[in-house]
Write a protein that binds this ligand. Structure first.
Ligand code: NAG
Ligand code: NAG
Length: 117
């Protein structure tokens, strides 16, 4: 668990989510642009220089998005594998903020307990 991501989660995601109450919509996990965002989240996470082994994106499991004045907030649940481990990976949850300008920011990223499928 990474404290700075957790702080970001509580500082940004929670108020945003409550501000958007009722406007969350499930995303289409087959939509190539949503899959790209999942891959992007993993590559952003992998930029952390303190990591010894990187994560490898596998597939989206589920996700939701909410529209705001300045952009769109995505919460994506996906499967990813630690490149150093041969067997199956874990599910991860990422929060990605995408401004209408196209600028993206990863605001949360953490391991989700258990693997759904
Ligand atoms: C989801 O996205 C895929 C790929 O773009 C598309 O073929 C499919 O029809 C979409 N499904 C829904 C429910 O919109
Ligand atoms: C991958 O596994 C190795 C060995 O268990 C660990 O040191 C590393 O932090 C893991 N990487 C990630 C991104 O979880």
């Amino acid at each position: 668990m990474r404290p700075h991501y957790l702080l970001a989660l509580f500082a940004l995601l929670v108020p945003l989510v409550s501000a958007a109450k009722g406007s969350w919509k499930p995303v289409n996990i087959s939509d190539p642009s949503v899959v790209e965002l999942g891959k992007w989240s993993v590559s952003e996470f992998n930029k952390d220089v303190t990591l010894t082994k990187q994560l490898v994106f596998e597939k989206l499991v589920s996700g939701g998005s909410a529209v705001f004045k300045a952009g769109k907030l995505y919460a994506l649940l996906f499967a990813a594998r630690n490149e150093s481990l041969a067997d199956s990976g874990d599910n991860y949850l990422a929060g990605a903020w995408v401004q209408w300008s196209g600028k993206k920011r990863l605001i949360a990223f953490y391991k989700h307990k258990g693997r759904k499928n």
